[in-house]
Design a protein around this ligand. Sequence first.
Ligand SMILES: [Fe+2]
Length: 380
Amino acid sequence: MSTLDTTSLKLPKENLEAEDFLPLLGTDYIELYVGNAKQAAHYYMAAWGFQPVAYAGLETGLKDRVSYVVQQDKIRLMLTSPLRPGGEINKHIDSHGDGVKSIALWVDDATKSYEETVKRGAESYHAPIQKEDKEGAVVLSGIHTYGETVHIFVERKNYKGVFMPGFRPWNPHYRPSDVGLKYVDHMVGNVGWNEMNKWCEFYAKVMGFAQLVSFDDKDISTEYTALMSKVMSNGNGRIKFPINEPADGRKKSQIEEYIEFYNGAGVQHMALATDNIIETVAALRDRGVEFLTVPSSYYEDLLDRVGEIDEDLLPLKELGILVDRDDEGYLLQIFTKPILDRPTMFIEIIQRKGAKSFGKGNFKALFEAIEREQESRGTL
Ligand SMILES: [Fe+2]
C-alpha cells in the first residue's frame, strides 16, 4: 500500500514486522468533544477552511448528542456536543474543556485491529460494531490510550457514503474556501510526570510502533522550563505520535500548565501539513487565527543555521514561520496560540521539504515564545 520510503524513517526491522498485526492506512478522523458543536463547526469552517460533510443529531435519530463532520483534503474533524445533562460527554467537557476524545485510525479490518491490540494489553473502549445504511457498512472498534483519549479503528472498505452510517450529508449554503491544509502530519500527547516511557511502551507493545526520535530535557529547555519527548511511529510512517512529559525547570513548564488545565493527559496539538505554508498561514491569519511569534532576531542568522531555502525570507519573517533542517532536507512550521479558552490545545502548521524530523532547532525559540504567553496568563 505504502509508497513512503520506510527505510528512511530508520525503523528497526522488528517493528516493520510487528506492524503486520496492525496495518494503519492513515488518520480517519479526529473527534473533539466540545460545548457547542454548531459554533465549533462554524469556527473550523470560517477560520480554518474546513468544508461541511456530515451531520448527526435529533433529526437522524440521536437522542443525546449531536455531531458535525468537516473536512479539508484528508483531514476530517468530528465535533460532538451533548444535548442533555449528565452522561459521558458532559463529564469529559466538565473535566477537560473542549478537547480531543478520539484519534480514529483508518484500517482494513477493525475486528482484527481490536483483537490484536486487546490481546497485547490494550484496554477495550468498545468491541467491534457494524453500522449499516443504504450506502454500505462501516465497522468500528475502540481502545483506550493516555488520559481519557481513545483510538477508534475505522473499517470503511464496504462503504460509499460521505462519512458513515448514522450521519446524513450536510450541505449548508456556507462553504468558505479552503486554506490548503492536506493531511494530519502528527498528533502530540501530553502525559504526566514519569509517564512518557509507559505510553511509548504502550505504542510499541500494543500497536507495534517504533521510536523515531527522543529529546531529553537538555534538547528541550530554556532558562526556565523543560520537557522531554519521544516520537512513536507506525511502520509506514503515516501515523506519528510524539509523547511529551514535563521535566524539572526553574519555572512551570508548558506541559504542567496543560496537565493542570486539561486536568490530566490528553492531546496537546495536531500538526496539519500544507504544500505552501506562506499562503496557508497568510490566509489563516486573515481569518483570525492567532500564532505564536518569535523575536525578529530569529531571522537574522536563519540562513546561516539552515542553509539555502526556496522561500523568500521576508514573508517568513512577516508571518513568523520557523525553519529547521535535518540531514534529509528542511521543514517550515508555525504554532497557533491555544485555540480554546483553557491553555490546552493548539495547532501546528507544517510544510516538509525533505525533512522527516520535528523542528528540534526551533524548540528554544518556540518555548521562549510559549513562556511569554504563560507569563501573561500568570501560569509560568
Ligand atoms: Fe509538532
